[in-house]
Unconditional design. Structure first.
Length: 74
Protein backbone atom coordinates (compact mmCIF):
# COMPACT_ATOMS: atom_id res chain seq x y z
CA UNK A 1 0.00 0.00 0.00
CA UNK A 2 1.14 3.51 -0.71
CA UNK A 3 1.34 6.23 1.91
CA UNK A 4 -1.80 7.89 0.53
CA UNK A 5 -3.75 4.64 0.80
CA UNK A 6 -2.62 4.10 4.37
CA UNK A 7 -3.52 7.68 5.27
CA UNK A 8 -7.03 7.44 3.83
CA UNK A 9 -7.57 4.08 5.56
CA UNK A 10 -6.54 5.61 8.89
CA UNK A 11 -8.89 8.57 8.33
CA UNK A 12 -11.79 6.24 7.45
CA UNK A 13 -11.19 4.04 10.51
CA UNK A 14 -10.98 7.05 12.83
CA UNK A 15 -14.15 8.53 11.34
CA UNK A 16 -15.96 5.20 11.69
CA UNK A 17 -14.99 4.95 15.35
CA UNK A 18 -16.11 8.53 15.98
CA UNK A 19 -19.44 7.93 14.20
CA UNK A 20 -20.13 4.81 16.26
CA UNK A 21 -18.98 6.44 19.50
CA UNK A 22 -21.48 9.25 18.99
CA UNK A 23 -19.82 11.77 21.29
CA UNK A 24 -19.66 14.50 18.63
CA UNK A 25 -22.22 15.55 16.05
CA UNK A 26 -22.04 13.64 12.79
CA UNK A 27 -21.63 16.74 10.66
CA UNK A 28 -18.62 17.87 12.69
CA UNK A 29 -17.01 14.44 12.42
CA UNK A 30 -17.55 14.37 8.65
CA UNK A 31 -16.22 17.92 8.30
CA UNK A 32 -13.18 16.94 10.36
CA UNK A 33 -12.56 14.03 8.01
CA UNK A 34 -12.77 16.35 5.03
CA UNK A 35 -10.32 18.74 6.66
CA UNK A 36 -7.97 15.86 7.55
CA UNK A 37 -7.99 14.67 3.94
CA UNK A 38 -7.30 18.20 2.72
CA UNK A 39 -4.55 18.80 5.28
CA UNK A 40 -2.74 15.62 4.27
CA UNK A 41 -2.98 16.50 0.58
CA UNK A 42 -5.33 13.68 -0.37
CA UNK A 43 -7.83 16.21 -1.72
CA UNK A 44 -6.54 19.23 -3.65
CA UNK A 45 -7.31 22.41 -1.73
CA UNK A 46 -9.22 23.85 -4.67
CA UNK A 47 -11.60 20.89 -4.70
CA UNK A 48 -12.37 20.63 -0.98
CA UNK A 49 -15.67 22.53 -1.02
CA UNK A 50 -16.53 22.06 -4.68
CA UNK A 51 -19.10 19.31 -4.01
CA UNK A 52 -21.27 21.49 -1.78
CA UNK A 53 -22.61 23.34 -4.84
CA UNK A 54 -23.89 20.17 -6.50
CA UNK A 55 -27.67 20.23 -7.09
CA UNK A 56 -28.18 16.99 -5.15
CA UNK A 57 -26.58 18.46 -2.03
CA UNK A 58 -28.67 21.62 -2.33
CA UNK A 59 -31.83 19.51 -2.74
CA UNK A 60 -31.09 17.41 0.35
CA UNK A 61 -30.38 20.58 2.33
CA UNK A 62 -33.68 22.10 1.21
CA UNK A 63 -35.60 18.96 2.20
CA UNK A 64 -33.97 18.95 5.63
CA UNK A 65 -34.80 22.62 6.20
CA UNK A 66 -38.41 22.16 5.11
CA UNK A 67 -38.88 19.03 7.24
CA UNK A 68 -37.45 20.80 10.31
CA UNK A 69 -39.77 23.75 9.71
CA UNK A 70 -42.78 21.45 9.41
CA UNK A 71 -41.73 19.58 12.54
CA UNK A 72 -41.43 22.81 14.53
CA UNK A 73 -44.77 24.08 13.22
CA UNK A 74 -46.54 21.04 14.61
Amino acid sequence: MTADQITICVIVVVLSVLFVWGRWRYDLVAFGGLMAAAATGLIPTGDVFQGFGHPAVVTVLAVLVISKALSNAG
